[in-house]
Ligand binder design. Structure first.
Ligand code: 5RP
Length: 224
């Protein structure tokens, strides 16, 4: 029986091969954040000479990329990102995701918005029928924390401040527990309308295009 880390390693290797096969020589790669993304970063060190550079979705990812000698580019200095590779906390059958367990949701959403193809890399435990068991992260301007918390409660969730954590953008995270997310795109839009919300961890309007899912019997490829 493979451990979760072995599954993450396997899917990271499959994503490296996907990038090596499909990203044109010299094109820009977007790179996500989290433990699965970290395995992927370590894998792409082997193909770094094929890349024009990488755009990172967090300071931690930028540091890890640079540690491997991979050129890290500012998003404002690139015209296009061919492929964005990132993990997820949950992914449903429509390729909508909850992300932000690592607190990098806003930058992840920005990089994903620019990318031509979003490749989600997960182990099979992340695949769900209905999202919401994993608390939904919402990045909030600090002075709006209480207001946003009250508004999120009206949507049926229980928001909890992620203690001792500030995002790379200097904001706080409210993790919303107890949601059963039957309309991910609708809820994503609704939460974005709350004044003080920077972004939320629902990636439904821009979901994944490709899912590489690691299970005990190998890595499966799912297309949107
Ligand atoms: C970070 C994220 C991550 O992709 C998500 O939390 C999954 O992380 P991991 O690969 O460690 O399970 O959205 O903000």
């Amino acid at each position: 029986m493979a451990t979760q880390d072995e599954l993450k390693q396997a899917v990271a290797r499959a994503a490296r091969d996907y990038v090596a096969d499909r990203l044109p020589l010299g094109a820009i790669l977007g790179v996500g954040t989290g433990s699965t993304a970290n395995f992927f970063i370590d894998e792409i060190a082997a193909i770094k000479d094929r890349l024009g550079g990488a755009v990172a979705s967090s300071e931690a990812t930028a540091r890890r990329l640079a540690g491997h000698g991979i050129r890290v580019l500012d998003l404002n200095d690139v015209d296009a990102i061919g492929i964005y590779v990132d993990g997820a906390d949950e992914i449903d059958g429509s390729m909508a995701m909850i992300k932000g367990g690592g607190g990098a949701l806003t930058r992840e959403k920005i990089v994903a918005a620019v990318a031509g193809t979003f490749v989600c890399i997960c182990d099979a435990s992340k695949r769900v029928q209905t999202m919401g068991r994993f608390p939904l992260p919402v990045e909030v301007i600090p002075m709006a924390r209480a207001h946003v918390g009250r508004e999120l409660a009206k949507l049926g969730g229980t928001p909890k401040l992620r203690e001792g954590m500030l995002t790379d953008n200097g904001n706080v995270i409210l993790d919303v527990h107890g949601l059963s997310i039957t309309d991910p795109a609708g809820l994503e839009t609704q939460i974005n309308q709350i004044v003080g919300v920077v972004s939320n961890g629902l990636f439904a309007r821009r979901g994944a295009d490709v899912l590489l899912l690691a299970a005990a019997d190998g890595v499966q490829t799912h297309l949107r």
